[in-house]
Ligand binder design. Structure first.
Ligand code: ASP
Length: 308
């Protein structure tokens, strides 16, 4: 029987109603006690790491999670991380990068309703995550509503519905079907596992609107930011009036142009406006989400790694 570590970090799944609404309160043991049938999947081992609404989870917490996973290597067969859904896509992307070539499955999950709620999705999600961690290929995944999503491709699309996460521009890593996981992901490359957990914090994200001004872009160059993700329009359009400022910023730091559209990514070769943006020195965001790029830039600059 495989030993699977449960790292708890808070979120709705572990929340109970308090005087000001839901707040995380349940321990790892509390969560495990609510999962009948788990004993048929694995031997779970709880470890309480954080007790946060994921609204308050950031780079220092990603580092704590990556370090906890790193020190558990060799002591368990897989790891489940219970986490709030709101920023779980950022955490999943960060862990995938920080735990390069990780040599066991690491599976994040959470819930839209607390695990003690009669209609909760938390029990199913947590059981699926344990199943994924016990049977999956090495790597970092997010398990939610029957889908297994590769860390960097995860995106939260719903605030309430159980179908809260999608895999953007990448096929699902796996699907849960009749209590089994049908894995589509190939085993990850077998390079040496490395913990690359430094992060550059001065990475911004600017969403363009039809009224955005050059001042907004210049702010990043003038205030010493180290990298910027710009969410442009469609396949990668930036209004002409912003191009001089875009070039000024791109001279000082890497600027990645992503799309405000969820799917299909950026292709700067399609439109004249895309070509013009490329000439101002921006890099194409390709198929990755803006969230994934923010994290990738933080990680690449922090660890002196290439952007791709
Ligand atoms: N606000 C909660 C959180 O992200 C939402 C959730 O867990 O679903 O922690």
């Amino acid at each position: 029987m495989k030993t699977i570590l449960l790292l708890t970090t808070g979120g709705t799944i572990a929340s109970a109603p308090g005087p000001d609404g839901l707040a995380p309160q349940l321990s790892g043991d509390d969560l495990l006690a609510l999962l009948p049938g788990l004993e048929k999947i694995c031997q779970p081992q709880p470890l309480e790491l954080l007790e946060l609404d994921s609204t308050n989870v950031g780079p220092c917490h990603w580092q704590a999670m990556a370090q906890a996973v790193w020190s558990a290597r060799g002591k368990c067969d897989g790891i489940v991380i219970s986490h709030g859904t709101d920023t779980m896509a950022y955490t999943a992307a960060a862990l995938q990068l920080m735990l390069e070539n990780i040599d066991l499955p690491v599976v994040l999950t959470g819930a839209q309703l607390p695990i003690e709620h009669p209609e909760t999705d938390g029990k199913r999600n947590l059981l699926d995550a344990f199943l994924a961690a016990a049977t999956g290929p090495n790597g970092v995944y997010l398990a939610f509503d029957g889908k297994i999503i590769s860390g960097e491709a995860a995106y939260k699309q719903r605030t309430v519905g159980f179908d809260a996460f999608v895999s953007v521009n990448l096929p699902l890593a796996g699907n849960v079907e009749q209590g089994q996981i049908k894995w589509e992901a190939n085993p990850s490359p077998c390079g040496e596992a490395r913990l690359l957990d430094k992060l550059e914090l001065q990475v911004g994200l600017l969403k363009l609107t039809p009224t955005s001004s050059e001042k907004e872009l210049d702010f990043y160059a003038e205030q010493g930011w180290k990298a910027l993700v710009v969410e442009g329009f469609g396949a990668g359009g930036v209004p002409e009036r912003l191009l001089p400022a875009l070039a000024r910023v791109a001279e000082k730091m890497p600027v990645v142009l992503c799309s405000q559209c969820r799917y299909d990514g950026v292709n700067l070769g399609v439109y004249d406006v895309g070509h013009q943006a490329a000439r101002s020195g921006v890099l194409s965001g390709g198929l990755r989400t803006a969230e994934a790029w923010v994290v990738r830039l933080m990680w690449a600059l922090g660890n002196d790694m290439p952007l791709e």
